[in-house]
Design a protein around this ligand. Structure first.
Ligand SMILES: [Zn+2]
Length: 398
């Protein structure tokens, strides 16, 4: 019998497993290229708390290490937009004190905030009740103990202070069927309704939330004492609740997405067809969300030559669970692949500009875009025609 799960936020033991991906290597840790296979693996399961509605990792494993990659331009631009948004809300006032809970997922916001005259506090040293603004940029999900994490963030708030969180909401994960966002080391998957309810236990409530298209749907959320959600935020709350973010039946659609029309199967079928046609395929972007597509489908270097990535820390390594090497962008171009699969569609403009040699040598970029495919929405007649082919969610950028 496995140990019973206890909620990371409310400590209830009432709940159930809603997504089980079996034994998985850590998707965020790239082994050195000559590390022999197989990689160590551990159960990767999402458990939904029946009491507070927090979806969370069922298992604690010691696989939380993440390599800090190069911050994609899209993330930096989102940080600019979010900080501008907070400034327009009147939350970035010169002389006010700000504390930031950061993450390995991007550069901190603090320079942007102190650059506008705010005074920085260090979360670990700051006395309780002193911060006018507490920001958390993908920090919360990395905390194994969510009750402690919420307590530390809210305790820093001065009277009238605001907590601002940027997160990938569970509503997005479910709407876009992004089952591969379940990761070792990502302990909490907050939906907006569950987050609002949890924060109210600490005396603050969600006031406003803004939706941005980054990663399929990124939320910027502000919360403070005595606040009720404004009209736009009530719509977002209602939409997420309607998706079933706090119900096992709703979240079960993630399991169906992982098991059924598996993106990895579509990818493998396409790679086999390309090889049969005599074309070589490489990929770009060794992002952690790309790993399960490769890993679960058992794709090896005989189908996918290499994955290019600009992060020096990833070069000389290989994708977890497989022998596919991670190489520098220049090395990728030297392979002269006929097709380069772009794992992060938001990087398209950036990498095409940085690697013009791919297309100059006759290669083509290919986008794997599960959001488009799973929504059943198409960009236009051309994309619709391609989608009906055997390539599943793969499409060529125009
Ligand atoms: Zn709970």
């Amino acid at each position: 019998m496995p140990e019973p799960v206890r909620c990371r936020a409310c400590r209830s033991d009432r709940g159930e497993i809603v997504l089980d991906l079996g034994e998985q290597p850590p998707w965020d840790r790239m082994p050195l290229r000559d590390t022999p296979l197989p990689d160590p693996a551990a159960p990767l399961r999402m458990w939904l708390c029946g009491a507070c509605g927090l979806a969370q990792l069922a298992d604690d494993t010691d696989v939380a290490e993440e390599l800090l990659g190069v911050e994609p331009r899209a993330f930096a631009e989102q940080s600019d937009r979010s900080v501008d948004r907070l400034a327009r809300e009147g939350l970035v006032r010169p002389g006010d004190r700000v504390a930031e809970f950061g993450s390995p997922h991007g550069k901190p916001w603090l320079p942007r905030l102190t650059g506008r005259g705010m005074t920085a506090l260090t979360p670990a040293d700051a006395p309780a009740g002193r911060a006018d603004l507490v920001v958390d940029v993908y920090g919360l999900l990395h905390e194994p103990d969510q009750r402690d994490a919420l307590r530390r963030r809210t305790a820093l708030l001065a009277p009238g202070g605001t907590l601002a969180l940027q997160l990938l909401s569970l509503g997005t994960v479910l709407r876009e069927r992004q089952w591969y966002d379940l990761r070792h080391g990502h302990h909490a998957y907050w939906s907006l309704p569950a987050l609002d309810a949890a924060l109210r236990g600490y005396g603050i409530g969600v006031h406003r939330a803004w939706w941005y298209p980054l990663s399929g749907g990124t939320l910027l959320v502000t919360a403070r004492a005595g606040a009720e959600p404004d009209a736009g935020t009530r719509l977002l709350l209602g939409a997420e609740e309607g998706l079933g973010v706090r119900s096992a039946a709703g979240l079960g659609r993630l399991q169906a997405a992982a098991d059924g029309a598996d993106d990895g199967d579509a990818l493998r079928a396409w790679l086999v067809a390309e090889r049969a046609a005599g074309r070589t395929v490489a990929a770009y972007g060794a992002a952690s969300r790309a790993v399960p597509l490769v890993c679960r489908a058992g794709i090896r270097a005989d189908l996918l030559l290499a994955v290019g990535d600009a992060a020096p820390a990833k070069q000389g390594r290989r994708m977890p669970g497989t022998d596919i090497p991670v190489v520098a962008p220049a090395e990728l171009a030297e392979l002269r692949p006929d097709r380069v699969l772009l794992f992060m569609p938001e990087l398209a403009d950036e990498v095409r500009a940085v690697l013009p040699g791919i297309e100059a040598d006759g290669g083509r970029w290919v986008v794997l875009d599960p959001a488009v495919r799973l929504l059943g929405r198409v960009a236009g007649p051309r994309a619709a025609g391609q989608r009906t082919g055997a390539h599943g969610g793969l499409r060529l950028p125009s």
